[in-house]
Design a protein around this ligand. Structure first.
Ligand code: FES
Length: 140
């Protein structure tokens, strides 16, 4: 039911922990299950140079958060903000339908980090909100 990649990231999660001098921190909780995720991001200019996470979440949340940190390290914020929960699931070679909300939590923590970083009144954040509406989160 779970792909090799999910199992691998669940058993050996990458980038677990915190970053003391993080430039961005995002938090999200899943309404579907009550689990939560905290994401720490370190920047060099607008490029992500490090990312770590802590989650009180299920195995799929651990796997999704782990792969998300790998996906964003080395990317610019402009690239990072385009990442959807479907991209996260795809990178794991798929998640069972009833576990898609675990990847949504990853996307939402990322969004929260971007929102706090840019500020809610910024143009970037408005743009981002439109983007995420267009992507319409897959809560299935
Ligand atoms: Fe809660 Fe997966 S069941 S995050």
């Amino acid at each position: 039911m779970y792909t090799e990649k999910v199992m691998d990231h669940y058993r050996n999660p990458r980038n677990v922990g915190t970053i003391d001098d993080a430039d961005m921190i995002g938090e999200a909780g899943s309404l579907a299950c009550g689990d939560s995720l905290k994401l720490f991001i370190k920047l060099d200019g607008s490029k992500v140079v490090d990312a770590k996470f802590q989650t009180f979440g299920c195995g799929s949340a651990v796997a999704a958060s782990s792969i998300l940190t790998e996906m964003i390290i080395g990317k610019t914020l402009d690239e990072v903000k385009m990442i959807t929960n479907k991209d996260i699931a795809k990178e794991l070679d798929g998640l069972p339908a009833q576990k898609m909300h675990c990847s949504v939590m990853g996307r939402e923590a990322l969004e929260d980090a971007l929102k706090k970083y840019y500020g809610e009144d910024s143009e970037e954040w408005e743009e981002l909100e439109l983007l995420s509406e267009a992507h319409s989160h897959d809560h299935a």
